[in-house]
Write a protein that binds this ligand. Structure first.
Ligand code: FMN
Length: 258
């Protein structure tokens, strides 16, 4: 067979493909555990950031020790001991028929179709007192499902922080939900009005800071109204009657002790 024969070219190409695919799959297997660890670290960092507790110079494990993870049953509107918080996976629970709830279309503001009946929530405690409650939220943006955390102060109404840790919105457009300036504006905003109604709203433009409603309003994202609308919708869903509101009302009323 000559050096340039078709057979030789094809065998070299085949061998090259084989070697490359072995290299890629080996790397994927070897690195998968580390990727999983990094994902958990990143999520914890975001929980800390949402609570305004993250410090770059301290290890995440050290800072995360202040946080107590518990599981809430949204149906009974209270904590449940049914699952081990360390291994509970609310995304898997949202997929399993026995732990999920199909959201009627009329209620599905976040456009997520179904959700887990059980949610992992994060308590920042100080001397036995609840300082902050961090709640996972998610919903559709323009291109993707956006996953984030809302941290509430001990009045269970004032936002301490709001940050997304996973989304696929366009960098520079919808991706501006990660912009520190945009995230910063959430601190001090209030979710519920006097009558307990969900009043928080993401505007199309900027908030008029002199307005009496400013405390219930957040700036939109220029050129990215659809992502901003997704943020507005997911907040309205998760903070509403079909989300955390009954649990928050009960926690407000009776405190952490049953
Ligand atoms: C390539 C491309 C990517 C875009 N990505 C986003 C996005 O991530 N989020 C978003 O809301 N709009 C995005 N848009 C713009 C939307 O199509 C739409 O024009 C915009 O949300 C309207 O917002 P405005 O009324 O503030 O201009 C993108 C547009 C293009 C062409």
């Amino acid at each position: 067979m000559s050096r340039d024969s078709t057979g030789k070219i094809l065998s070299v190409a085949f061998l090259l493909c084989l070697v490359c695919s072995i290299l890629v799959s080996t790397a994927a297997v070897v690195l998968s555990e580390r990727q999983e660890r990094n994902k958990i670290e990143e999520k914890r960092k975001n929980i800390l950031q949402a609570a305004g507790l993250y410090q770059e110079d301290l290890s995440i494990a050290e800072q995360y020790a202040r946080i107590e993870q518990r599981i809430v049953d949204l149906q009974s509107a209270w904590f449940t001991e049914q699952f081990d918080p360390a291994t509970f996976d609310s995304r898997a629970a949202a997929r399993a028929p026995e732990t999920s709830r199909v959201i009627p279309e009329s209620l599905d503001l976040a456009d997520i179709k179904s959700r887990s009946r059980f949610k992992d929530v994060y308590l920042v405690m100080d001397d036995g007192q609840l300082q902050q409650l961090i709640l996972p939220v998610h919903g559709k943006g323009l291109w993707s499902t956006m996953y984030g955390f809302v941290s509430l102060a001990s009045d269970l109404n004032t936002v301490n922080g709001f940050a997304f840790y996973e989304h696929g919105e366009t960098p520079g457009l919808g991706g501006e939900i990660d912009n520190p300036n945009w995230k910063q504006q959430w601190r001090g905003k209030k979710i519920y009005g006097e009558a307990g109604e969900v009043r928080i709203k993401v505007l199309k433009g900027a908030v008029d800071k002199t307005s009496a409603d400013a405390v219930y309003q957040a700036d939109g994202l220029a050129g990215s109204t659809l992502t901003a609308r997704g943020v507005d919708n997911l907040l309205k869903y998760w903070m509403g009657e079909d989300g955390y509101q009954p649990f928050l009302a009960r926690l407000q009323e009776q405190g952490l002790k049953r």
